[in-house]
Ligand binder design. Structure first.
Ligand SMILES: *[C@@H]1O[C@H](CO)[C@@H](O)[C@H](O)[C@H]1NC(C)=O
Length: 332
C-alpha cells in the first residue's frame, strides 16, 4: 500500500514536473526565436504574461478548429505583452492630432454603374513594397502614408520606390504629426505636398525614434499634390476606391488581444469599434474566403505577424473595426 502511494505520488509529480518542463522548454524556444532577453525580475513577469497569452491562444484556436471563429491566433513576438502594454506601445493613429490648418483635401466621387471585380490584390500588379517593421514607435501613420503613395507613384511612374517613414516622423510636425507619439496619414500627405517630395527609404532609413529633420531634395522618391478622403463609413465607396485607385490608407481599431496575436483567417472581432481608431494600415485589396468577405490589409509589424505581415479583416460587416471610417489616398 505504501509502495503504491509512493509510486502514485511519483507518477503525479512526474506528470506535473514533466508539464512544467515542457512549458519551460517552449518558453526558452520562444525567447530564442524572437531574440528576447530579460533582466532577472522581468523574466518572471514576462513568463506569466506569456503563459496567460498561451492559454488565450490555445483556447481560441481550439474553438476556431471547431468552427466557432473564422481566424486563428499565434504566439508571435508580442506574446509577452499584456493587452494594455501592447496598446500603449502601438497607438500611433490619433484623431485628436487633427489640425485646423488649411489642407489640400478632396472628396472621392463614385462613378455610377462601375462593375467592380470580386477580388483585388495590388501586390500582383507590383504596387506594393515588402512588409516593413515600425518597431517600438507609434509611427504606423507614416507607414500607412508611404504605402499608399508608393502605390500611386508606381501607377503614374511605373517605378516602385520604397519611401522614407523616418522623413515623415522627423519632418511633418508643422502639419500636426508627433513622430513616434502619433500622427495622421492625411497630414503626412499634406507635408509631402508642401515639402514638394519625400525621400526614398534607402536615402533616409528608418530609425524608430524621433530625430532631427534630415530631408534632402536630391533623393526624393515621390511627391503628391494633396489627398482624397473617401466617404466615411461607406464600405462600398472604399471598395470602389481600392478597385479603381490602388492601395488605400485606412485607420482601424487594433486595440484587441485578437489583433495583437492574429495569425490567419478572416479576422472577426465583435468588440471592435467603428470610431475609436488607433492604428494606420494599408488596404491593398479585398475578396471572399470561405464565404466571408474580407479586406486584404498590409500591416507594419514585420513579416512574423499575421500572414507574412498581412491580415484579412472582415468586410461588409457594418464597417467592422472602422476600416472605412477614415480612408484616404494621396493624389499624384
Ligand atoms: C492623442 O493626442 C492627444 C493630443 O496630443 C493626447 O492628449 C492624447 O493622449 C493622445 N491619445 C493617445 C491615445 O495617445
Amino acid at each position: 500500500m505504501k509502495a503504491l502511494t509512493v509510486a502514485l505520488v511519483a507518477v503525479l509529480f512526474g506528470c506535473v514536473f514533466g508539464l512544467d518542463q515542457t512549458l519551460t522548454k517552449h518558453w526558452k524556444l520562444w525567447k530564442e526565436l524572437h531574440s528576447k532577453k530579460y533582466f532577472d525580475a522581468e523574466e518572471h513577469v514576462r513568463r506569466s504574461v506569456w503563459e496567460s497569452n498561451l492559454n488565450l491562444v490555445q483556447t481560441h484556436n481550439l474553438q476556431a478548429d471547431l468552427g466557432q471563429h473564422t481566424h486563428w491566433l499565434k504566439m508571435n513576438k508580442f506574446a509577452d505583452l499584456t493587452s494594455e502594454e501592447f496598446v500603449k506601445q502601438m497607438n500611433g493613429f490619433n484623431m485628436s492630432l487633427r489640425t485646423n490648418q488649411q489642407m489640400d483635401r478632396h472628396e472621392f466621387t463614385r462613378s455610377s454603374n462601375v462593375k467592380l471585380p470580386d477580388t483585388v490584390d495590388w501586390r500582383d500588379q507590383g504596387y506594393v513594397t515588402d512588409v516593413k517593421d515600425q518597431g517600438q514607435c507609434g509611427s504606423c501613420w507614416a507607414f500607412s502614408a508611404t504605402g499608399s503613395l508608393e502605390g500611386q507613384h508606381f501607377k503614374q511612374a511605373k517605378m516602385l520606390n520604397s519611401l522614407s517613414e523616418q522623413n515623415l516622423v522627423d519632418c511633418s510636425t508643422a502639419q500636426g504629426n508627433q513622430g513616434c507619439n502619433g500622427g495622421l496619414m492625411d497630414q503626412a500627405f499634406q507635408y509631402i505636398k508642401e515639402n514638394m517630395g519625400i525621400d526614398t527609404e534607402d536615402s533616409y532609413p528608418y530609425e524608430a525614434v524621433d530625430n532631427q529633420c534630415r530631408f534632402k531634395k536630391d533623393t526624393i522618391g515621390a511627391t503628391d499634390t494633396g489627398f482624397t478622403d473617401i466617404k466615411t463609413k461607406d464600405e462600398e465607396a472604399l471598395q470602389e476606391a481600392v478597385a479603381t485607385v490602388g492601395p488605400i490608407s485606412v485607420a482601424i481599431d487594433a486595440s484587441h488581444p485578437s489583433f495583437q496575436l492574429y495569425s490567419h483567417g478572416v479576422y472577426n472581432e465583435i468588440f471592435c469599434s467603428q470610431i475609436r481608431l488607433d492604428h494606420g494600415v494599408l488596404a491593398v485589396g479585398y475578396g471572399t474566403d470561405s464565404g466571408k468577405d474580407y479586406w486584404l490589409v498590409k500591416n507594419s509589424w514585420g513579416k512574423g505577424w499575421g500572414m507574412d505581415g498581412y491580415i484579412k479583416m472582415s468586410r461588409n460587416k457594418r464597417n467592422q473595426c472602422g476600416i472605412a471610417t477614415a480612408a484616404s489616398y494621396p493624389m499624384v
